[in-house]
Design a protein around this ligand. Sequence first.
Ligand SMILES: Nc1ncnc2c1ncn2[C@@H]1O[C@H](COP(=O)(O)OP(=O)(O)O)[C@@H](O)[C@H]1O
Ligand SMILES: [Mg+2]
Length: 310
Amino acid sequence: MNKLSRGTSNITSIITNVGMHFLPNVVTAIISIIIVSSINLPIGIASISMFVPFFMIRRLYFKELEKVEKKSQKTWDKEYSHFWEVLTNIRLVKAFTAEKMELNKFYKTVKKLIGLRTNMEKIHNKSNAADMLIEVWTTAIVAYSFYLGLTGHFTIGTVILMVQYIQMIREPLWNLSWVFWEMKFAKIGVKDYLKILDQKIDIKNIDLPITPDKIKGKVSFDKVWFKYPDKSGQKVFENISFNVPSGQTLALVGKSGVGKTTVAHLMVRFFDPDQGHIKIDGLDLRDMPLKFLRQNIGLVSQDSYLFDAS
Ligand SMILES: Nc1ncnc2c1ncn2[C@@H]1O[C@H](COP(=O)(O)OP(=O)(O)O)[C@@H](O)[C@H]1O
Ligand SMILES: [Mg+2]
């Protein structure tokens, strides 16, 4: 949820940056450069040349900032899900008097995030050295324009115009460096967001599923192999087979963790078996429409959740 909401605001940020800041700044800078250059080409060239080293310095620091930002987003995402868990299970936390332990965990995370944020501010400050470069350079160009005015090469009107337009080159270009950073910054979050959106659906209908007229309810597991798809997933079933004739009741009894719940989960296709077949009335679950299958099964799960409704 955290990644999704951050991703959406990042997309908003990219759109506003491109629409409201990027284009107007580029247009202002280009027009100002043309005007200054048409009056005095060397000054025009000089006023944009300073931005080459400026952007290069900024880029260097942006790379550093990006690294820290990624780290802090990762920290936050991990802890966020933990705090969410703590809050939704607050009674359990209280029953075990684990409030202090959880608070300490929270403080630790906050401390880490503050550390990362401070680090980012430090990098920001260092990158401000690049601003100094621009200030000194602009002042020099303005001074040169005054000099040209005093020596009679420029009229007073031209000097004033030049001073104004040099500012109108400096400001949008300076803004652009921040627009670039904002976009780069937003891209980190958008990447995570797209990763979620691009996740493939594992459980889906085959091209031409068969819908039986009526379900009698004969269930059979035929040489089923299964392990949960996560990295550390152990084998739950190795070649299990059984039949439950229609109208009969089957109770599965066994130690915790042997796979009783997994049988139910496989029946409603939360997962598909790695090998073998699970059939209802002789038809493999994968051959019938998913919706049809689930509409014909009543599942009462072991952890009940009450929706906030009547
Ligand atoms: N969503 C899951 N992801 C990974 N492993 C799981 C998942 N659910 C259950 N398991 C593992 O699969 C095994 C069988 O679990 P389960 O069917 O819940 O057992 P039972 O209901 O018999 O207590 C256990 O080792 C459990 O840790
Ligand atoms: Mg269970």
